[in-house]
Design a protein around this ligand. Structure first.
Ligand SMILES: [Zn+2]
Length: 439
């Protein structure tokens, strides 16, 4: 039988606890303002919810400070931030007020780490978070962009979708680890189909752009709807190349990310006219620290090496590398800049462009202010299309936006699942037409 705690003992303990808190606070008020009670506040996104984690600062290791951590506060502030325009500076030196308290009470602790889950954060918003004791200074801020997990897939989701393709089409799909990123994430190569006429689909060389959500969806749709095609043709794909920084975007890093964790633009790192500097977007590809830095030497990056080995092994006939931003892309195809005068190569590119565009437009329908052609030769030295031209002798393109109104929400990272689905349908039709051309 359970023994009842005597009421006078409970009252005594409560009084003792209150007395301890007030004595700690009275004694250490100055100290509390000088040394913050909490350290390492970090807000990250998981499945649409924000996890705010933080630690007890080492200065307060003594158990006499325990009462200080029994009741904590979480502060949250909405930050005006435009993806693609605002940079890290917009997230620095933020200030909070007592109006920003969203929670006060006990917080789950595991060892030295506290974890607070905010499930009231709205998709599309950027928030800054602080944590602190009820009295004394709060620690922070850490900022997070709340992204729709359906629109921005994590590395885990990408691996799950790839594994599901193999499970559902075991005779047609193979998934292999073709390399590791700087942060030791697996790079996955997918082969779908038995045919020797191969189309390569490469995604997210630039982290904040498009790839996995389009490519893996398209492969599944085409295998389901047109299995007979895959006797003659195959799709070989690396759905997400810049896996490390793509993961950072999926976990809520608010600003647009382009380079890999070493600060290298993976679409300038290929051994194809690599030594020629380029100046697109105001960058200088030869300068470390810039957003288009090509790296210390050609193919210096593990991601680049893995892509090259995969392409050498599978020898595709055509390659599409997905760009534009926020998980969607348009139908402008960028061929290699240095191929612009090579009439025979340009003509091969044009046939690919025509098939791709015919398919895409069959779903897109008429568009206002349409240009004659969205085939341009603007892919820079060191880019993957240039590698296709110089080393593989195949038509290779960056898939970019053709700047239509329907894609405008993506420019500010407001791609919805509806927009993504519309975009998927256009790209699926484009790829289907292209496979029929290759066949
Ligand atoms: Zn790009």
């Amino acid at each position: 039988m359970k023994q009842r705690t005597r009421p006078c003992l409970v009252a005594g303990l409560v009084l003792f606890a209150i007395a301890s808190v007030s004595s700690v606070l009275a004694q250490d008020a100055a100290e509390l303002n000088q040394h913050k009670a909490l350290a390492s506040v970090k807000a990250t996104l998981h499945d649409g919810k924000v996890l705010v984690t933080f630690n007890r600062d080492g200065h307060y290791a003594d158990p006499k400070y325990n009462p200080l951590f029994q009741k904590l506060r979480i502060y949250r502030k909405l930050i005006p931030f435009t993806f693609g325009n605002d940079k890290w500076e917009a997230l620095r030196n933020l200030t909070r007020s007592d109006q920003d308290v969203i929670y006060e009470g006990s917080i789950r602790q595991d060892g030295q780490q506290f974890t607070y889950i905010d499930d009231t954060a709205a998709i599309g918003n950027v928030y800054a978070y602080w944590a602190g004791p009820v009295q004394g200074a709060a620690t922070g801020s850490s900022s997070v962009k709340v992204r729709d997990p359906q629109v921005w897939w994590t590395a885990e989701r990408i691996a799950t979708e790839a594994a599901a393709l193999h499970k559902d089409f075991p005779d047609l799909v193979d998934v292999e680890v073709i390399g590791k990123t700087h942060e030791e994430r697996n790079l996955l190569g997918i082969t779908a189909g038995r045919g020797s006429k191969r189309l390569a689909l490469i995604g997210a060389l630039h982290a904040g752009e498009s790839g996995p959500e389009l490519i893996l969806h398209i492969i599944r749709q085409l295998l389901s709807k047109h299995p007979e095609l895959f006797d003659d043709v195959s799709i070989v794909a690396i759905a997400c190349v810049n896996q490390d920084r793509r993961q950072a975007q999926a976990e809520g890093v608010a600003p647009y990310l382009r380079t890999n964790p070493k600060g290298i633009d993976l679409n300038r790192n290929y051994p194809a006219d690599w030594e020629i500097p380029s100046y697109l977007y105001g960058g200088d590809s030869s300068k470390p620290g810039g957003s288009t830095y090509r790296g210390p030497e050609a193919a210096s990056e593990p991601e680049t090496k893995a892509v090259i080995a995969f392409l050498e092994a599978h020898r595709p006939m055509v390659l599409l590398s997905y760009h534009h931003v926020a998980s969607v892309s348009g139908r402008c195809l960028w061929g290699p800049q240095l191929a612009a005068g090579d009439e025979a190569y340009v003509e091969r590119c044009r046939r690919v462009y025509d098939a791709f565009t015919e398919g895409y437009k069959s779903v897109e329908g008429p568009v206002e202010n349409e240009k004659d052609s969205y085939l341009v030769f603007k892919a820079m030295p060191g880019s993957l299309p240039n590698y296709c031209y110089r080393q593989l002798d195949i038509p290779g393109f960056d898939v970019e936006s053709h700047w239509v109104a329907s894609l405008e929400p993506s420019l500010t990272d407001h791609t919805t699942i509806e927009l993504l689905n519309e975009n998927r349908a256009m790209h699926e039709a484009a790829i289907l037409n292209l496979l029929q051309l290759l066949r």
